[in-house]
Each structure stands twice: as C-alpha cells, then as structure tokens.
Design a protein around this ligand. Structure first.
Ligand code: SF4
Length: 496
C-alpha cells in the first residue's frame, strides 16, 4: 500500500483519482488528520507522498523508497483565490507536479470525472465557441488536442441525436436482470450465476412486475422515450421467462412514443433463436451481442465460458431474425492481449459488420475478481495502449461508424476512455442519456439506480439541473423480500 499524507481532508477524491491515473498499479490510501485517528496501523506506514496546505501555498512532496525527500513542488498561486479558483489551481498544480515527476502526460489531462463530453456539451449550450472550449480544455485542464477533437465531435453529435427527446415531460426506463451464465473476471455489475437462482427467477419476475405496476402509476402523463433492459444478461432468462417479462412490460407501460427499445443480450452463450423471436415479437429494436474479444484464450481466461464461434453464430442468428441494429462491445487491455490480438479481433468483427461498436478500456474495479488475478499475476492487465485505441477506432471508422458517446471510469487501463461508435442512425440513445444526465431514468430491478433530473431556472435566468437518486438493493433475495420498500423509495422521490 502507498500512503499519501495530507494535512487537510480537502480534495481527497480528486487527489486520489489523479495520483492513481499516474500510478495505476498503486494501492493508494490518502491519510488526513481524521483518517489517521481511525486507522492507526496504516497511519504508521511511511508516506510515499505528502500534501501540505499552508496559508500562502500548497506543498507537494515525493519520497523515495528510503523515505527521504525526492522532490518538493510548491504552488504559490493559491493564497488569495476563492474556493472554486483554489480548487482549479490545486488541480493544475497537482497535475503538473505529477507530470514532471513521472514524465507522463495524460490524454485527458487533469479531468478525473467520468463525463468529459458533458462539460463540452454544457459549454456549447452556454453559447461558447468551439475555439474557446478547446482553449479552456487545453490551458486549464491539459487535455490533449486529439481528445478535445474527439470530445467536441461527440458532444455535437449527441446534441443532434437528443433533439427529439422529451426533456421536461419525458423519461426513459431501465430494467435490470441480475443473472448471467457465469461471472466474468472483470465484472463489477450486479450479476449472479443463473444456475444458482434458477428456482427463484419466477419470484424475481413477480417482484419486478409489481415494481413495474407501481412505478407506472408514478409516471402517468409522462412520455416514455427509451427502454433498456440490461443487467447482468437479460437473455439468461429462458424464452418463456423473457416472454413473460416483455409481455408485462408492454402491458404496463405506454410504448406509443418509444424511440428505442434495447435488450442487452450480451453473452453469446445465452442467445437462442427462440429468445430472438420473442424479442422481435415484442418490438425490441436494438440488441447487443458482445464478444469483448475474439481471442479464445482470453475468453477462457476472463471466464466468459463461450467460444468465438458462438459469438459469430449468435450474431448471424440475430441478423437472420431481422435485427438491423446490433451492437458489439469489445474491451481493450484484457490480460495478456497484444496489439496483434486486438487487430485480429477487429478483423473478425469487420467481417460481421455490426451496426455499432462500443470500445471499452479495461477498468479494474475493486469488487472484481480481476483485482485478485492482478495481485497474483502482476499488472499485465494494464496493457491498453494508444496503438490499440487507434486500431479499434480505425476499425470502427472503416465500417462507416462515427463516435457518438464517450465516458470514462476510474482505474481505466491506459487512462483512456470508452467510446461508442455507430453507423448512421444506429446509435443507442439510452447510452447517451446515462452519460449526459439530461432526462429522468426510472430504473427497476435489483441493483438499479433511478435518477430524477429536474431543470430549474434561477432568478438570474440561469439554468440549473438537479439530479436526485434512489437505489434498489443489489442482492436478489433482499430485492424480492423488500420490494415494497423499493417501491416506496420511488414514491418518495417522485412525490417531492
Ligand atoms: S456478462 Fe457482463 S454482467 Fe455478466 S458477468 Fe460478465 S461482465 Fe458481468
């Protein structure tokens, strides 16, 4: 464990995110005067870094392995600044110090949030010119020109795609099915092996149906724009269970204005012709068949328990069933994968030509089994590179696709981003909504999080967006038992 000592509990989140971006392999703990008291054993460890917030400056010290001072950086510009300017100056100071210390520049500079395009979009909405936005990102946040161009292209496309949505009086619906055929090594979602829950799927669907009925009452008079069934893997359900779910969904909610209806089929080992027919019958417009990689050795290692051939077969089966908007997800930076492996994956995907391709950089989540795997096998998982990002982007563009949404996660391999590419008109509106937080998303099922978005106009005429959340419990048995409480949480949220 590496310790960063700070004399104030200030900017802890930002500091942690930025230091981890420069030192992805570190198990970093930030100790403030408060946390020292709570955690005596860890507080006795010598620090690798130290932050001192003083009256007229901030000092950042880096120690070497013998615990002697290696370098000290001082920022004198913070003394007179107001709170927002102070935070901004601190972020710039910490970034430039770490850049000097490591000799590394990060593609997204000191932006540590997950939604860089949201920042660009809001500046465009404020009427700022592209040139002003680019200068701001480059000078204030050290974002590379390449990422600025990518972010700008996406923000403009997002604004165009979202034009037809009902912001004020509309909403989108998310349904979570928390079951999968097996658990992938990198998974941090709410997901349980379907084999362990087979006997209680009916009870889960009972609870979900009740939640749908009660929630639909809260949404009366509002326009449903998009529906997304995710998880987990919704197609882990049998064809009959899927039919039951989709029948209930269409009976309970008004689909009259729905622009997009997605089912994240996801795992090839869960897709059958019968299930595809069920989805088609109920008007599903968009599905995902996610390989993650087309290298069998990696699929075996990450616990996908399906073959490359199953991916190809499932994709072709879906095409035959009439799906003309099929997404494929891939992950770059998977354990042991080289640039040649990524190239080979892309070439196999080119043959299939999906309608959209979502390119993820592997993110190592605390809760995932991958964390343990890295501890045992070393940090070879962090091998995403600019070259693999380029290979994937070129592959997507050669299929006539353009980037249409982007987000970042903590602890991403190579400090890059996840990008959704799509052919003309084959975007996933819901994906943009999740990132840009412009519309209420009502989320049902275990582990789902509802986000209520309210726009307000202040006395000075400026627009503010208020986002309120309400969570469902993750554990399936708890969800079933406490379903009334989950519904009550929504009643409270939507009555405010
Ligand atoms: S398919 Fe997705 S949700 Fe299911 S275990 Fe794998 S990563 Fe998790």
């Amino acid at each position: 464990m590496q310790i960063l000592k700070s004399n104030r509990a200030q900017f802890v989140y930002e500091t942690h995110a930025l230091v981890k971006s420069f030192y992805p392999a570190w198990d970093l703990k930030i100790l403030t005067p408060e946390s020292v008291v709570k955690d005596r054993k860890i507080s006795a460890l010598p620090p690798s870094m130290e932050l001192e917030f003083l009256d007229d400056c901030v000092k950042f010290t880096v120690y070497n392995s013998l615990h002697n001072i290696e370098n000290t950086y001082t920022c004198w510009d913070v003394g007179q600044a107001d709170a927002a300017a102070y935070k901004n100056t601190f972020g710039r100071f910490l970034y430039t110090s770490l850049r000097e210390e490591t000799g590394i520049s990060l593609p997204w500079g000191n932006l540590t949030g997950v939604r860089p395009t949201k920042l660009i979009m809001s500046m465009l909405e404020e009427g700022k010119s592209e040139q002003d936005i680019a200068s701001y990102l480059e000078e204030q946040h050290f974002v590379s020109r390449e990422k600025i161009a990518l972010g700008m292209e996406i923000a403009k496309r997002e604004a165009e795609i979202l034009r037809t949505l009902h912001y004020e009086n509309g909403y989108s619906l998310y349904i979570g099915i928390p079951f999968c055929p097996t658990t992938c090594l990198y998974c941090s979602f709410t997901s349980y092996p379907i084999s362990a829950w087979r006997g209680r799927v009916g009870e889960y669907l009972d609870a979900l149906e009740y939640e749908m009925e009660e929630t639909a009452k809260l949404c009366q008079g509002k326009i449903l724009d998009t529906v997304y069934i995710g998880g987990g893997t919704p197609t882990s359900l049998s064809a009959a269970e899927l039919d039951r779910l989709l029948t209930a969904l269409r009976r309970i909610f008004d689909f009259g204005a729905v622009q997009e209806f997605t089912v994240e089929a996801g795992r090839a080992d869960s897709i059958t012709d019968e299930k595809l027919k069920v989805m088609k019958k109920h008007g599903v417009t968009r599905i995902s068949v996610n390989p993650q990689t087309m290298r069998q050795k990696t699929l075996d290692l990450i616990g996908r328990r399906h073959t490359v051939k199953q991916v190809t077969d499932a994709f072709l089966m879906a095409r035959k069933a009439g799906f003309d908007n099929i997404n494929m997800d891939i992950i770059l930076g998977l354990p042991g994968e080289t640039e040649e492996d990524v190239q080979a994956t892309i070439e196999q995907i080119l043959v299939l030509t999906p309608d959209s391709l979502t390119v993820h950089s592997l993110a190592v989540k605390r809760a995932s089994a991958l964390n343990k795997w890295i501890a045992e096998n070393g940090v070879t998982a962090y091998n995403n590179t600019e070259e693999t990002m380029r290979i994937a982007a070129l592959g997507a563009r050669s299929m006539g696709m353009s980037p249409y949404y982007l987000y970042r996660q903590k602890n991403m391999s190579g400090n890059f981003e996840n990008v959704g590419y799509c052919a003309e008109g084959k975007y996933g509106i819901y994906n943009i909504l999740i990132m840009e937080e412009k519309q209420t998303i009502v989320a049902l099922g275990a582990g789902s999080i509802t986000k209520k978005v309210t726009r307000r106009t202040s006395a000075d005429g400026s627009e503010n967006t208020l986002i309120e959340r309400c969570e469902n419990v993750k554990e399936v048995a708890q969800y079933i038992e406490r379903i009334e409480e989950m519904v009550e949480r929504k009643r409270v949220l939507f009555s405010e």
